[in-house]
Design a protein around this ligand. Sequence first.
Ligand code: SF4
Ligand code: SF4
Length: 103
Amino acid sequence: MSIKITLEKCIGCGSCVSVCPGSLIEVSGGKAAIYDPKRCWGCASCVKECPVQAIALYLGEDIGGLGGKLTVRQENTLLYWTVLLPSGEIKTIITDRQKSNQY
Ligand code: SF4
Ligand code: SF4
């Protein structure tokens, strides 16, 4: 399991660096990079923090993710979890950060 960073979108803010519990991401030359993807355990913290949706979490077929890519957009307390499947199908789940105990 790992993430993919779209460099064209990355603004080099460093938010992903500060939240990764494994310290796997660094910003160099104004762009983020994951330098040891095999150690990523897919917690999605960086995906949630990125303000420009530059980070996608790869959802492998081995975990039932069908090879999709997960991104998260935040509006106030709401998180819009979007999965883009290889077929082009898009699925979105909306959760509220203030009601996280419900999920
Ligand atoms: S998904 Fe979690 S472990 Fe993987 S790079 Fe992002 S913050 Fe780090
Ligand atoms: S949080 Fe997003 S925009 Fe900021 S450095 Fe990381 S990938 Fe780039």
